[in-house]
Design a protein around this ligand. Structure first.
Ligand SMILES: Cc1ncc(COP(=O)(O)O)c(C=O)c1O
Length: 471
């Protein structure tokens, strides 16, 4: 009797092992990732999840790719040997980005805000988004709009806690970055029944896109005419004037204010950089038309998400119509991403991200100032300290860009001087200013910034009369 019970239990054990092996192998072989490799059931069945487990394992696997701290691999990157390849920072190469390329130029050109990448790596869990294959396939939300109400409400909450804009009594529109909204705004503020086109202006130095957009799209009702100084006595002009006001300004970080006022003046306030990373927040913006972007708030320039706060209903309707005809609203996937990122920021009242951003920018400015203080040849812009209602103190501004001036009489082309020294900046002439100026981006990756400082030190140490550097 006891012997047959023992045989039965052994038989059960063997059957159970066979059944488990069968299902285990089936599960293992059946699961193939994006790049064709197989997942173990443990990897795929994260905490009992069903359809999202494999996607999560794929995302983690790409993120775990070893790129020596000088690059990263993305889920949608080029696949080499069945895995997404490392994409290296400027001046680094090799399969794992471990190779420093000593003769390369420092890239201080574009405004890629990768200085915030380490923050999001520290918050990988709270900021990750899982997008189901059937996520929001419709053209519209169930209320027939193209805007997420939840995202709109988070944006209002964010402005209220940062204190950088009043949203009460304002309409909100979303755009594919502030780039799309700037054009929608210029369209909405241009006259429609007048034979006289509006004149668009921006104070020098200004962000080149304003002019480029108007000239490229060439609307019949608006033309770009440069600096507003020559339009100052607007009461004498008959046509409408649209002034772009950028605060803080790109390239020089000044908290610009409108130059023109009057019944025929309309203002587009571009506040891409009005966040505590870059400037004190003296008071909340309460303007008729203000444009923001996550590009310089969270650093997600690639997600293409911006928003406009609009007081006037007719202007709102006209911008809305433009956005509808142009793209039928902002990608729902992007809205989901923005929602997730804003939740992380709002979760602790913005403390962590703004402290991280402010600290990073402060350290970078300190290094840059120290380096340039040894030079008689180059100078930096001066931006006055501002009261910051967010940090509750008066603080030095930490603009996104250095606006460098070549002081020597003979150094007329500052961009070229730096270019020869292997520093790629953006020429002052692009901002319609003197070519004695160059903009250097300070918001790129740590690697970009380190190479920039190293190239500047080499350039300055070769200067006649340079002060001795002790770093
Ligand atoms: C002043 C200013 N406005 C707008 C933009 C465009 O931002 P977005 O990425 O939202 O299109 C930039 C980008 O650098 C900028 O500097």
């Amino acid at each position: 009797m006891a012997k047959s019970e023992g045989s039965i239990s052994k038989l059960c054990l063997v059957c159970s092992v066979i059944v488990n092996l069968f299902f285990g192998v089936n599960l293992y072989v059946g699961r193939r990732g994006l790049w064709g490799w197989k997942w173990s059931s443990d990897e795929a069945n994260v905490r009992g999840l069903s359809w999202s487990g494999r996607a999560a394992a794929e995302a983690e696997s790409a993120a775990a790719q070893e790129c020596s701290g000088h690059g990263r691999a993305y889920l949608d990157g080029v696949v080499i040997d069945g895995r997404p390849a490392c994409e290296c920072n400027t001046c680094y190469g090799g399969p794992d980005c471990s190779l420093f390329l000593p003769s390369c130029s420092a890239n201080a050109d574009g405004g890629d805000p990768l200085f915030l990448e380490p923050f999001w790596k520290q918050h990988a869990e709270s900021s990750a988004v899982v997008v189901a294959g059937w996520h929001r396939m419709s053209y519209s939300f169930s209320d027939q709009t193209t805007l997420s109400k939840e995202l709109e409400s988070l944006l209002r909450k964010l402005h209220s806690l940062v204190g950088n804009a009043i949203t009460d009594g304002k309409y909100i529109l979303f755009g594919a970055g502030s780039t799309q909204l700037l054009n929608a705004a210029a369209h909405a503020l241009s006259p429609h029944n007048s034979s006289l086109p509006a004149t668009a202006v921006a104070s020098i130095p200004y962000y080149a896109l304003y002019q480029k957009q108007i000239e490229f799209f060439d609307p019949a009702d608006c033309s770009f005419q440069g600096d507003p100084a020559r339009w100052n006595n607007t009461t004498n002009t008959t046509g409408d004037i649209i002034e772009f006001v950028t605060a803080p300004n790109n390239p020089d970080g000044q908290l610009n204010e409108a130059v023109l006022h009057g019944p025929n003046v309309k203002t587009i306030h571009d506040r891409a950089y009005y966040w505590p990373h870059f400037t004190g927040i003296p008071s909340p913006a309460d303007e008729d038309l203000t444009i923001f972007t996550i590009s310089k708030l969270t650093g997600h320039a690639g997600s293409r998400f911006g928003w406009a706060l609009i007081r006037n209903e007719e202007v709102y309707q006209r911008m809305d119509r433009y956005l509808e005809l142009n793209t039928m609203g902002v990608s729902r996937d992007t809205q989901l991403r923005a929602l997730k990122l804003l939740k992380v920021i709002i979760g602790d009242g913005g403390r962590e991200i703004f402290e991280f951003g402010y600290k990073t920018m402060t350290k970078r400015w300190a290094r840059l100032r120290k380096t340039l203080s040894m030079s008689n040849r180059f100078s930096l812009q001066k931006v006055p300290p501002e009261n910051c209602t967010y940090f509750q103190k008066v603080r030095e501004p930490t603009p996104a860009y250095a606006w460098v001036k070549c002081e020597r009489e003979e150094d007329k082309d500052c961009f070229e001087i730096l270019n020869v020294a292997k520093i790629l900046g953006r020429a002052g002439s692009i901002f319609h200013d003197d070519s004695r100026y160059v903009r250097l981006s300070l918001i790129r990756s740590d690697d970009d910034f380190d190479v920039l400082i190293s190239r500047l030190k080499s350039l300055i140490s070769g200067e006649d009369g340079a002060k001795i550097m002790r770093f």
